[in-house]
Ligand binder design. Structure first.
Ligand SMILES: *[C@@H]1O[C@H](CO)[C@@H](O)[C@H](O)[C@H]1NC(C)=O
Ligand SMILES: *[C@@H]1O[C@H](CO)[C@@H](O)[C@H](O)[C@H]1NC(C)=O
Ligand SMILES: *[C@@H]1O[C@H](CO)[C@@H](O)[C@H](O)[C@H]1NC(C)=O
Ligand SMILES: *[C@@H]1O[C@H](CO)[C@@H](O)[C@H](O)[C@H]1NC(C)=O
Ligand SMILES: *[C@@H]1O[C@H](CO)[C@@H](O)[C@H](O)[C@H]1NC(C)=O
Ligand SMILES: *[C@@H]1O[C@H](CO)[C@@H](O)[C@H](O)[C@H]1NC(C)=O
Ligand SMILES: *[C@@H]1O[C@H](CO)[C@@H](O)[C@H](O)[C@H]1NC(C)=O
Length: 503
């Protein structure tokens, strides 16, 4: 947002006066497979469809291209509004048209807005596309609405047929990278207020729903290439802990992955217990966990954690989210991370209040986007895209830790308090990267011991209060498989190495 480059002199100074550096060793034994980092397409396409085509293209470039965030995952929301519904979602912009009409016929031209950006993700070759469902369409729902009802055993087969039909259609009509179907979302909440689409699925019923979907998809060669993930539980301690024993053991045979959110913002200890529970319930062979949604944390690691109204585009929130990602990738050994939504409305109009996009707003807006827009665009004609530090935060993961890489452990007990690190080795190029996240305002002198003596430092990219994805021009020297450097305060700092085998 405000690129300010450190001067050459300052950069040099950083690397010349290092006294008692803290030593950090990377464990060379590869851990779990890492697949993807992404965000969802709910529900901003309903606004972006009214933006100039040039801005729509720019957004696609920003989210999906290598010059942008280079997301490796995109979650498309399969809407539930069939038209002529008994009740409609009341929040402006979050109503999503279903391909299945209220009278039971399919219309593949619906959800024009969502499909436009879905196709864009595919055209950039985003490797992992997920279709996720908040509610069965109104044609199937007992109350004729995409909110406020509970799935039943009687309706599971028609829901499964619907899912198979939609997947088979899009998988063979341009969305070849469609990899996962997530058939329920936060299924403890049926969204009776219709503030958004939602359908409850009781824990006892979840295995049957997964089973029926797996069976329906088996009958279609195209749909059967798509894997099922679930159950997108909202909270770890209050929901996953009591409910996993009910549904997980009998569901694992239908699922490629467990999908979970963290809206109780659990501690490291709770996540270690979560990991143990998952292992226990699956006899030590769990489907890998996908951390599929978080947003909207206003505070973490310092007092009560809250889901609430706040707009914080700064490093403070980017580092809070980065730590959640670190928690799931290391403690839970998750294989992927998806931020809730790529685009959100600002709390006010920058053309009216110039500080709106850049200042922290403690009372309005949500920390739910990577990129922001003026929600009042029809009036102000402001079609700009406003970036937050969270966008660059996600790029530190998505750009350097590509599908097929393997995590390398950076043991936490070596690091100063408030600092976390995440490393991976790439699938085939002999590259590996380590991301340091420093939530302290002070800097640290670190000495990194590399997993191979021949490692060569190729690149350092940093995001700090003053830098957005800035290349560090003068790289510190690697000496005998070890490198000393100064980790800046409030920073995301990625070092990329090659194994050095080709020189
Ligand atoms: C929703 O949209 C309607 C029609 O455009 C408008 O009158 C109403 O104020 C909007 N509600 C909110 C909460 O923005
Ligand atoms: C279903 O509804 C759509 C839209 O209202 C209409 O075009 C179509 O003809 C209807 N189909 C049947 C079989 O009633
Ligand atoms: C439906 O789901 C809601 C959760 O949103 C739950 O509170 C309610 O008891 C369920 N109703 C029935 C009839 O199972
Ligand atoms: C799961 O936990 C139970 C209760 O603590 C224990 O008896 C059982 O052996 C554990 N199973 C596995 C596979 O770890
Ligand atoms: C980082 O430090 C700030 C200030 O102490 C605190 O509010 C925030 O929750 C911390 N973030 C993390 C990820 O620990
Ligand atoms: C925060 O948002 C409110 C509501 O739109 C607005 O009135 C206020 O000016 C904003 N504050 C800042 C610091 O931008
Ligand atoms: C902007 O205008 C378009 C076209 O009139 C309308 O469909 C859309 O709902 C409006 N958006 C908002 C946020 O009011």
């Amino acid at each position: 947002m405000f690129p300010v480059r450190l001067s050459f002199v300052l950069t040099l100074a950083c690397f010349t006066f290092l006294a008692d550096a803290t030593t950090v060793k990377i464990d060379p034994i590869p851990k779990q497979l890492i697949t993807s980092f992404g965000a969802s397409g709910a529900w901003w396409p309903n606004d972006l469809i009214h933006f100039p085509v040039s801005v729509q293209k720019k957004l696609g470039e920003l989210l999906f291209s290598e010059d942008g965030l280079y997301l490796s995952s995109y979650r498309y929301n399969m809407g539930g509004d069939g038209g002529h519904d008994e009740q409609q979602v009341v929040t402006n912009g979050s109503r999503v048209e279903s391909f299945l009409l209220r009278n039971g016929t399919y219309d593949w031209n619906r959800d024009h807005a969502g499909v436009k950006f879905l196709k864009m993700a595919q055209s950039y070759g985003v490797p992992y596309i997920t279709f996720f469902v908040n509610a069965a369409p109104s044609h199937i729902a007992d109350n004729g609405a995409a909110c406020g009802w509970n799935m039943t055993a009687a309706k599971a087969p028609s829901f499964a047929q619907y899912i198979k039909t939609v997947l088979a259609h899009w998988k063979s009509n341009g969305i070849g990278n469609l990899r996962y179907i997530s058939p329920m979302n936060e299924p403890d909440n049926n969204r009776a207020d219709c503030g958004q689409e939602g359908m409850a699925v009781s824990p006892e019923l979840r295995p049957l729903v997964f089973k029926d979907i797996a069976a329906a998809m088996e009958s279609s060669p195209v749909a059967s290439e798509v894997d099922i993930i679930g159950d997108e539980t909202s909270q770890i301690t209050t929901q996953a802990f009591p409910e996993y024993p009910v549904w997980l053991p009998s569901s694992t045979k239908y699922l490629s992955n467990i999908a979970v959110h963290n809206y109780d913002y659990p501690t490291d200890q709770s996540l270690a217990e979560y990991r143990a529970l998952v292992l226990n319930l699956t006899h030590g062979r769990p489907p890998p966990v996908k951390f599929t949604e978080t947003c909207c944390s206003t505070n973490a690691g310092s007092g009560s954690t809250v889901f609430g109204a706040q707009y914080d585009p700064t490093m403070t929130n980017a580092l809070i989210v980065a730590r959640y990602v670190w928690q799931f990738l290391t403690i839970v050994q998750a294989q992927s991370f998806d931020w809730w939504t790529a685009v959100t409305n600002l709390p006010c109009s920058p053309t009216v209040n110039p500080a709106c996009a850049t200042a922290i707003n403690e009372t309005a807006g949500y920390n739910s986007g990577l990129v922001y827009i003026d929600g009042n665009y029809n009036k102000t004609r402001d079609y700009k895209l406003y970036l937050t530090k969270r966008a660059f935060m996600l790029k530190h993961f998505s750009y350097f830790h590509r599908p097929g890489s393997r995590r390398l452990d950076v043991p936490q007990d070596q690091l100063p308090s408030g600092v976390n690190a995440f490393a991976t080795q790439s699938a085939n190029s002999g590259e590996w990267s380590v991301l340091f996240m420093n939530n302290q305002t002070r800097s640290y002198d670190l000495q990194l011991e590399l997993p191979t003596k021949q490692s060569r430092l190729e690149r350092i990219v940093k995001t700090t209060p003053n830098d957005d994805w800035t290349e560090v021009n003068v790289l510190p020297h690697v000496n005998q498989g070890s490198v000393k450097f100064e980790l800046p305060g409030q920073a995301l700092w990625t070092m990329q190495f090659t194994s050095g085998k080709y020189y």
